[in-house]
Design a binder for this molecule. Structure first.
Ligand code: HEC
Length: 208
């Protein structure tokens, strides 16, 4: 720095200032004009998605850095996690043998296929499942689940990419007796006769 003449420093500072001003003005126009599309069936401009990706990745790794990872190899945890995953996550993240869903095709950003891709740092994965991700459709499961249940899911996610559809089915089948499971309750008796009287009464109540 000491070798640069002050004249060059001043003009460099002015140029940078002008660029910063132009960028700020551009952002203000982009936001307030309403021209930018928030439609989920149109991708972001590349620079916007680059910024959002950086923002998400840096935010998650910073917020997750103090998370303490338990032992994730316990088969009971993995089975519990599989059951929760099958009830809560497959619509968006798929599973072995589950290759598509109606909700997933319309989501933007597209949820990663966790059955194929696998997961990275368990700290970041735990944090993401617990707190969710703004403006993406990824819910904060920590509002309805204990940390323990979330760790079970993390334990399962680490194994899922190496599972065959049969192994996955066997796993979610074996733990299906848990009343907390999201699987349909087959034991519940169906009402054999629809209540016609009630529906008539309903119509009379509202008949004009
Ligand atoms: C309604 C759809 C939806 C549901 C349901 C959902 N997610 Fe997500 N999830 C997303 C989306 C979308 C992203 C990507 C967010 C992004 O890229 O900004 C995501 C991201 C993630 C990530 C981060 C992946 C990565 O890139 O590292 C993990 C892990 C994850 N979800 C796990 C789960 C688990 C476990 C469940 C069930 C308990 C679940 N998700 C349920 C939509 C969903």
């Amino acid at each position: 720095m000491t070798i640069s003449p002050s004249f060059n420093r001043t003009s460099a500072a002015l140029t940078l200032g002008a660029i910063a001003l132009a960028v700020a003005l551009g952002l203000v126009v982009m936001v307030y004009s309403g021209l930018y599309s928030v439609a989920a069936d149109e991708p972001h401009y590349l620079f916007v998605s680059n910024i959002l990706d950086q923002l998400r990745d840096r935010s998650v790794s910073r917020h997750a850095r103090d998370v303490v990872v338990p032992n994730l190899e316990d088969p009971a945890m993995i089975a519990e996690g599989a059951e929760h995953y099958s009830g809560m996550c497959t619509g968006c993240h798929l599973a072995p043998g589950v290759t598509d869903s109606e909700i997933r095709t319309g989501l933007y950003p597209q949820p990663p296929n966790l059955a194929i891709r696998g997961i990275g740092d368990p700290k970041a994965v735990f944090w993401t499942i617990k707190h969710g991700i703004k403006m993406s459709g990824m819910p904060a499961w920590g509002t309805s689940h204990e940390d323990e249940a979330i760790w079970n899911i993390v334990a399962f996610l680490r194994k899922m990419p190496s599972m065959s559809p049969e192994a996955y089915q066997a796993l979610i089948g074996t733990s299906g007796e848990n009343p907390e499971s999201g699987t349909p309750d087959h034991d519940k008796p169906h009402d054999p006769s629809p209540d016609h009287d009630h529906s008539h009464a309903h119509q009379h109540d509202h008949g004009h």
